[in-house]
Design a protein around this ligand. Structure first.
Ligand code: NAD
Length: 478
């Protein structure tokens, strides 16, 4: 089998060599998943046993939390604080949550009908589910998808990004130790472009849950259309922070800062457009820029580091090309916009936290997803203008509103064209609450009962109850 080097983006050095699956091996993974679903132990296991196995996985993640956090930081570059307090514990919590809720969520429903009949609704697993995930939250997004898919009774094939396969491979070991039967979980490290057409068009794959860019999502939809499949598409974003004049300025500045620079801005929900009321725009921008300049860049393993490197040299080049476009189209750099000078940062793929002022909606940097630490600041005069600017996007993933007037913010949130709106906060994901985008940000939900049920198929069973013969038996009473 071919091998692929895995790089630490903070140093540019190889940290692992991982076997890379090619097209031919996809057949083995799909066959194993299908067999485990149709004939293996998985469908025979009771819901209580399924719950216990998933709780074992959750505990297994917690038992290895330190090692996993370090590995995630080495592979993605994100600061250790982020992997330690967000990615790893949230992954364990998701397995725990869906383990504990699978029974109530899967409970069948009865529909009383008035015509001597009754119906029952059954939530069944879909079968083999392919989970295709990106590199920005490798363990967390894999855990969201896997916990829901397994809790619903499916078998899975997980394809992590070939840039960041390390924690997904550790998760496979944890799942093995947790006692899940063979074939239920199959993790493949592969190039998406190479195996995508084979995996996503295989008729034995019943569902694809994808998180990644809108362009890859479109390709996957094309492959999937060859055999009809259920799809969840969690795609790109260009989300807006709306900063109203009646906000708590310090909270809004700090909130807006975190919501673009966390994980180096490589977040689907990154608030990469700040729309700020003209009345407070000068103060807001000055404070924002002052704080952005103080963010400490470095190796994520260093406890002092607040921002790590971008994921790869190629990705940094893409971010730089957007910054150049912004300059050319007339936006004004307020801070950053360069590769840092410090010698200790030269080997990694670092880029300074960058803010553009005087950004107009027709500019490329206002419209396209940059997926890096680059924010556009645009001023507005009226609330209606803020709303128009926020919705002036082909994406519709998330939005945040900063205001002391909760009722005003709630009213505004109803008119926002995005799947999630945060008011005076950002980035709060809950296992209890569904998450997913509108427009080019995709369709389908993850998390919550609504997200969980996406991983099931709904069957309607109708039965005749009255003592009378059913109408259908008398239709041709010849
Ligand atoms: P990507 O689309 O390049 O890759 C995502 C995954 O798809 C990877 O595993 C990749 O190997 C695989 N892939 C690539 N080409 C494929 C193909 N032809 N067939 C099948 N699989 C293929 O995205 P990325 O660069 O890893 O991640 C960044 C993107 O992900 C951004 O656009 C970001 O907004 C998006 N994202 C969205 C969410 C969300 O919840 N909406 C969350 C995180 C990231």
């Amino acid at each position: 089998m071919r091998k692929k080097n895995v790089i630490n983006p903070a140093t540019g050095q190889t940290i692992a060599e991982v076997p890379r699956v090619d097209k031919e091996n996809i057949e083995r993974a799909v066959t194993a998943a299908q067999k485990a679903f149709d004939e293996g132990a998985w469908p025979k296991i009771s819901l209580a046993e399924r719950r216990n196995l998933l709780l074992n996985v959750s505990q297994g993640i917690l038992d290895k939390a330190q090692e996993l956090a370090r590995l995630e930081t080495e592979n993605t570059g994100k600061p250790l604080k982020e992997s330690t307090f967000m990615d790893i514990p949230s992954s364990a919590k998701t397995f725990e949550y869906f383990a504990n809720n699978l029974e109530p969520y899967l409970k069948s429903k009865k529909i009383e009908l008035d015509s001597g009949a009754e119906s029952q609704l059954l939530y069944e697993p879909r079968g083999v589910v392919a989970l295709i995930v990106p590199w920005n939250y490798p363990l967390l997004i894999a855990s969201w998808k896997m916990a829901q898919a397994l809790a619903a009774g499916n078998t899975v094939i997980l394809k992590p990004s070939s840039l960041t396969p390390l924690t997904a491979l550790r998760l496979a070991e944890i799942i093995n130790d947790a006692g899940l039967p063979q074939g239920v979980v199959n993790v493949i490290n592969a190039s998406g472009a190479e195996i995508g057409p084979v995996l996503c068009s295989d008729p034995r794959v019943d569902m694809i849950s994808f998180t990644g860019s809108t362009s890859t999502g479109r390709e996957i939809m094309r492959f999937a259309s060859e055999s009809t499949k259920k799809l969840i598409m969690e795609l790109g974003g260009k989300s807006a922070s709306i900063v109203l004049a009646d906000c708590d300025l310090e909270t809004a500045v700090m909130g807006a800062l975190t919501s673009i620079f966390l994980n180096q801005g490589q977040m689907c929900t990154a608030m990469s457009r700040i729309l700020v009321d003209k009345k407070i725009a000068k103060q807001f921008s000055e404070q924002f820029v002052e704080k952005a300049k103080k963010i400490k860049l470095g190796d994520g393993l260093d406890p002092e580091t607040q921002m790590g490197p971008l994921i790869s040299h190629e990705h940094r080049q893409k971010v730089i090309s957007y910054v150049e476009k912004g300059r050319k189209e007339g936006a004004k750099i307020l801070c950053g916009g360069r590769i840092p000078d410090e010698p200790e940062l030269k080997k990694g793929f670092f880029f300074e936290p960058t803010a553009f002022g005087q950004v107009r909606p027709e500019m490329t940097i206002f419209q396209e997803e940059i997926f890096g630490p680059v924010v556009c600041i645009t001023e507005f005069s009226q609330e209606e203008e803020a709303l128009r600017l926020a919705n002036d996007s082909s994406f519709g993933l998330a939005c945040s509103i900063w205001s002391k007037d909760l009722e005003r913010a709630k009213n505004l949130s109803k008119k926002i064209d995005a799947g999630t709106v945060w008011i005076n906060t950002y980035g709060m994901f809950y296992n209890e609450a569904p998450y997913g985008g509108f427009k080019e940000s995709g369709f389908g939900k993850e998390l919550g009962k609504e997200g969980f049920l996406e991983y099931t198929r709904l069957k309607h069973i109708n039965y005749h109850l009255s003592g009378e013969k059913p109408l259908v038996s008398q239709w041709y009473a010849l």
